[in-house]
Ligand binder design. Structure first.
Ligand SMILES: Nc1nc2c(c(=O)[nH]1)N[C@H]1C(S)=C(S)[C@@H](COP(=O)(O)O)O[C@H]1N2
Ligand SMILES: [Mo]
Length: 393
C-alpha cells in the first residue's frame, strides 16, 4: 500500500468518526439516554477534528505539489478546491466551537449553525465521493485493466451513470443532513418570535408586560432557541403551581401564581449562550431579580450556595451566593413581551446571562439556600460548575 492510500484510509476513519460523534452530539439521545457520555462524545469529536485538520493540511500540500499535472482537468481541479474549501469551513467553525467562541455578533449565525450548515455540503461531498468509488470498486474493472474499444465506450456510459446515481444520492443525503442538523429558523436572520414555540401551560391570569417589554427595548431577539430538555416537557397549570424559597433563610416562603405576579419585576436585555455553540442575542426579559427574591426570604449568614429546582423533577443547578446576587440574574416570566412558552421553560425560568445557559433552569419552581455546593445536572456530567461565558468574536 502506498503512502497516499494509507493517508486516505486514515482520512476515511477520521471522517466516519466525526460524522458519527457529530450526529450523536446533535441528537436529543445524547442529552437524555447518553447524557453521562455527552462530554466524552464532545472530546472524541474535537480530537477527531484535530486529526481531520492534519489530514486536510497534508491533502492541501499534495494538491499544491501536483497542481501542474492537473492542468487540463478543470472539473477535477475545481472539485478538489471545493472539497478543500468546505473541509476548511467545517474545520474553522469547529475550532471556534472547541474554543467556545461565538460568531453571532460578527457573522450573523452562531458558530454551531455555521458548522452544521457547512457540514450539509460536506455530507453531500462525502456521499458522492464514497458511493461512486464504492460502485467502481465493486462492479467495475480495475483502472489499469486492458479493455477493448467497444468495452471502453460501455464503460464510459457506465461511469456517467454511476456519477448521476451518486449525485442523486448526494442530494438526498444533503437534504436529510439539513433536516437533521438545521431546525427551521436557524437560517433566519430576522428577529425571532416566541409564538412559534409550543406552549402547553395554562396560566391565569397572564403576566401583564410592563413598559420596556412591549415593544421590547432590545428590539426583539435575534437567533433561534433550540428547545433543550432532559425530560418530557412539563405542562404547568397556574392553579397548581407554587414557587418556594427555603433552606437557610429567615423565613421559608411559598408563593401561589397570583402572589408571584405581585412581586415587582424589572426589564433587561441579555444574551443567551448555550455551551454547545448556539446563542440568541438581545432578548428582552422581564422578571424578578433573584437578589430581590432572596431578600424577601432573608438569607441566613451560613448560606453559601443557591440551588435551583425544576418542575420536571430532574434538572437542577446551583450558583454561589455571590453569583446569585449579580444584578442581571433573574427569574424571568416574559420574553420580548410574551409569556415564556413551556418549550422555553415557562411560566418561569432562571436566566444567568453571564453564564452558559445550562445554569438557566427551565420551569424553575424552588430555590434552596444551602451551605455546601450543589453539583447540578450537567455539572455532574462534566460541565464546569463556574459556567462563565467565554469569548465572543
Ligand atoms: N429543566 C431544564 N432546564 C434546562 C435544561 C434542561 O434540560 N432542563 N437545559 C439547559 C440547557 S443546556 C440550555 S442550553 C437551556 C436551553 O434553553 P431553551 O430550551 O429555552 O432554548 O436550558 C437549560 N435549562
Ligand atoms: Mo445548553
Amino acid at each position: 500500500m502506498n503512502q497516499y492510500n494509507k493517508l486516505h484510509n486514515y482520512h476515511i476513519v477520521v471522517t466516519f468518526w466525526l460524522i458519527l460523534t457529530g450526529l450523536l452530539l446533535n441528537s436529543s439521545f445524547s442529552r437524555e439516554t447518553l447524557s453521562a457520555l455527552r462530554i466524552y462524545l464532545q472530546y472524541a469529536h474535537i480530537l477527531a477534528g484535530c486529526f481531520f485538520i492534519v489530514t486536510l493540511s497534508i491533502y492541501c500540500g499534495i494538491l499544491m505539489k501536483n497542481w501542474d499535472t492537473l492542468k487540463q482537468q478543470t472539473i477535477r481541479k475545481s472539485m478538489n478546491l471545493l472539497s478543500i474549501f468546505v473541509a476548511s469551513g467545517v474545520s474553522f467553525t469547529g475550532v471556534l466551537l472547541a474554543l467556545g467562541i461565538d460568531s453571532t455578533s460578527v457573522f450573523g449565525f452562531s458558530s454551531l449553525n455555521w458548522h452544521k450548515g457547512i457540514v450539509v455540503f460536506g455530507m453531500m461531498g462525502v456521499v458522492y465521493h464514497s458511493l461512486s468509488r464504492l460502485i467502481i470498486f465493486f462492479f467495475e474493472l480495475p483502472q489499469n485493466a486492458k479493455i477493448g474499444s467497444g468495452e471502453s465506450e460501455f464503460r464510459t456510459g457506465r461511469r456517467s451513470f454511476i456519477g448521476w446515481l451518486s449525485a442523486v444520492a448526494a442530494l438526498l443525503s444533503g437534504g436529510t443532513a439539513a433536516k437533521m442538523l438545521l431546525k427551521n429558523g436557524d437560517l433566519n436572520l430576522s428577529s425571532g418570535t416566541t409564538k412559534k414555540y409550543r406552549n402547553c401551560n395554562t396560566i391565569d391570569p397572564q403576566p401583564v408586560p410592563s413598559l420596556g417589554s412591549v415593544p421590547p427595548i432590545g428590539g426583539g431577539y435575534s437567533g433561534e432557541f433550540e428547545v433543550f430538555t432532559v425530560t418530557k416537557i412539563p405542562c404547568i397549570h397556574s392553579e397548581e403551581w407554587e414557587f418556594r424559597v427555603f433552606g437557610l433563610v429567615e423565613k421559608s416562603m411559598k408563593f401561589s401564581w397570583k402572589e408571584f405576579l405581585e412581586i415587582s419585576r424589572k426589564v433587561q436585555v441579555s444574551n443567551f449562550y448555550c455551551i454547545t455553540g448556539w446563542s440568541v442575542l438581545h432578548v428582552t426579559y422581564e422578571g424578578i431579580q433573584l437578589a430581590a427574591l432572596l431578600n424577601l426570604a432573608g438569607v441566613k449568614p451560613q448560606a453559601e450556595y443557591v440551588k435551583f429546582y425544576s418542575e420536571d423533577g430532574v434538572y437542577t443547578s446551583a450558583l454561589s451566593l455571590k453569583q446569585a446576587l449579580m444584578e442581571d440574574v433573574m427569574v424571568a416570566m416574559l420574553m420580548d413581551g410574551e409569556p415564556i412558552p413551556s418549550d422555553l421553560g415557562g411560566p418561569v425560568r432562571l436566566i444567568v446571562p453571564q453564564m452558559y445557559a445550562y445554569k438557566g433552569v427551565k420551569w424553575v419552581n424552588a430555590i434552596e439556600l444551602i451551605r455546601e455546593s450543589h453539583i447540578g445536572y450537567w455539572e455532574s456530567r462534566g460541565y464546569e460548575n463556574d459556567a462563565w461565558v467565554k469569548s465572543k468574536l
